[in-house]
Design a protein around this ligand. Structure first.
Ligand SMILES: Cc1cc2nc3c(=O)[nH]c(=O)nc-3n(C[C@H](O)[C@H](O)[C@H](O)COP(=O)(O)OP(=O)(O)OC[C@H]3O[C@@H](n4cnc5c(N)ncnc54)[C@H](O)[C@@H]3O)c2cc1C
Length: 492
């Protein structure tokens, strides 16, 4: 066992927990419980598991395990716990806070071999599946049954439902269907000591005892590994409309949102916004399908989606709503998609923004929530700060400040594009942005989680007594601290 010691890694300083390093005996044990193809040791093959989606965080794991059943996960974790081997659970590795890759040489437990749909109830809409199912695959399966996944995000082609649950992902449908804290009916979780916590309930109502599943939703692999998910899927709407409008101020974005709640009310299913810098990046990087159909550039864009059961009724409502916005000069231009391809193309602009931002070089991502009236002020204040510091422009540290997000959920994605990641650049943005968020009664992580990027900023959004209780939960469930160490909770 390695003694506790301090190590430097990038900009951060960590106190290593006393976990062990791999030995030949460990590999021999894993070979005895997992199939040979479930054990990855080849240096090239390890690369993708060690690097995160942003190419910002990089681990040095020498071992990836891919269990195929809950029992295999249980045997794996029990052995790791008994032998003090640190573990990083990994889903689709699309997380944006560095939570899914090792910090040092932790063992990666990838859920990619657990991808079966266990059951679907066409009366209630309860879907029970393995944690490694890809979100888009589940949505396509449900489409055939006339149902829909209650969440959707740009990473749907890669992210796992287990990863979604573990990050409490929000995404594009939260406005309509609410958060996973409401739609997840039950979970199967393997605790660090190998205990299988079987709570794959399909009940909508169950007031028997503490609702333990809630503790694992959003716990980012720090308390155990989610192996199964039971989730309530709503009926898929027969009529879907999507409109894109251009606006000249964020006040008008808010006015359009307020009216949409009045006039579209029960059929409103998404209200997403982005700014001129975001559309410029999407255009610059020519993302497939993401062509801006509006004639000129606008300071702001809003994508509005309605989902209902009667097309004529929804068409009439949306048209009347948009005409009202035009007549009152709230929007300057707009289009309504005429078919499924056009709907997909409008969504491709919105969903392409994170990818376009990542192609710009290095991107500092802040996923903050706050009252809607001050949402865009965060972008303007950040831009002004960087101008004052003479730090933004072609030959400067930063190239642009981009704002987009889920207006309906009060969630801003503030992206600051730079030529490269550096301490100098980080220090110009942080802790300024976290202090700004706390001052405006916001959260420093609305939906992406804490991982290793935000764990030490938790105190901006949670009180000392709440953080203390979180640490006690962690100590109770994972006393050896083998689960996703160095992340989620503050170092001190
Ligand atoms: C293009 C793009 C768009 C995105 N859009 C959104 C968005 O709109 N809304 C949003 O909320 N997020 C968004 N994200 C972030 C990301 O996709 C989500 O956080 C997603 O839920 C992560 O799922 P994953 O399977 O990739 O998990 P990973 O990235 O593999 O892991 C994320 C965290 O969960 C843990 N984990 C993963 N699987 C398990 C498991 N089975 N048991 C226990 N712990 C586990 C990991 O250890 C890690 O801490 C986006 C990302 C990209 C790249």
């Amino acid at each position: 066992m390695e003694a506790e010691q301090n190590r430097h890694f990038g900009d951060a300083r960590f106190v290593l927990n006393p976990c062990s390093h791999l030995s030949p005996d460990d590999i021999a044990y894993f070979r005895s419980v997992l199939s040979p193809s479930s054990i990855v040791q080849d240096a090239d093959d390890l690369e993708t598991f060690n690097n995160d989606w942003l190419q910002k965080h990089r681990g040095q794991s020498k071992l990836v395990l891919k269990p195929s059943s809950t029992e295999e996960v249980s045997k794996t974790l029990k052995y790791c716990n008994d032998n003090m081997l640190a573990v990083v659970p990994q889903g689709g590795n699309t997380g944006l806070v560095g939570g899914s890759v090792p910090v040092f040489d932790e063992i990666v437990v990838s859920m990619s071999n657990m991808h079966s749909i266990r059951s679907f109830d066409p009366v209630s809409g309860a879907l029970v599946c393995d944690a490694g199912c890809i979100l888009e695959v589940l949505d396509k399966y449900l489409e055939q049954q006339g149902y829909i996944m209650p969440l959707d995000l740009g990473a749907k082609g890669s992210c796992h439902i287990g990863g979604n649950v573990s990050t409490n992902a929000g995404g594009l449908r939260l406005l309509r269907y609410g958060s996973l804290h409401g739609t997840v009916l039950g979970l199967e979780v393997v605790l660090p000591d190998g205990t299988i916590l079987d709570n794959l309930s399909t009940l909508r109502k169950d007031n028997t005892g503490y609702d333990l599943k809630q503790l694992f939703i959003g716990s980012e692999g720090t308390l155990g590994i989610v192996t199964g998910v039971s989730i309530l899927s709503p009926k898929r709407s027969r009529a879907v409309n999507v409109a894109l409008v251009g606006l000249n101020s964020f006040d008008n974005v808010q006015a359009a949102f307020k009216r949409s709640k009045d006039e579209l009310s029960e059929v409103l299913s998404a209200f997403e916004f982005w700014d001129k810098a975001a559309i410029q990046l999407v255009k610059d990087h020519l993302l497939a399908g993401a062509n801006d159909p509006l004639e000129s550039l606008h300071p702001f864009y809003v994508l509005i989606e309605t989902s209902g059961s009667n097309k004529d009724h929804d068409d009439a409502k949306l048209t009347q709503y948009l005409e009202g916005l035009m007549n009152d000069d709230i929007v300057q231009d707009g289009v309504i998609a005429q078919d499924t391809t056009q709907i997909q193309n409008l969504w491709a602009i919105r969903e392409g923004i994170p990818e376009a931002c990542s192609k710009a070089g290095a991107v500092y991502k802040y996923d903050i929530s706050m009252p809607v009236p001050v949402l865009y002020q965060a972008v303007e204040d950040m831009k002004n700060r960087l101008i004052q510091k003479n730090a933004i422009g072609e030959s400067k540290l930063f190239t642009s400040v981009i704002g987009y997000g889920h207006v309906g959920d009060g969630n801003l994605h503030l992206n600051v594009a730079a030529h490269e990641y550096s301490k100098e650049a980080t220090d110009l943005i942080e802790p300024y942005i976290f202090e700004w968020t706390a001052k405006h009664a916001g959260s420093v992580s609305a939906e992406h989680g804490l991982g290793i990027s935000k764990n030490n900023h938790l105190h901006y959004s949670k009180s000392p007594s709440m953080i203390q209780l979180m640490k006690r939960f962690k100590q109770l469930i994972d006393p050896n601290e083998i689960m996703n160490p160095y992340k989620y909770l503050p170092d001190q």
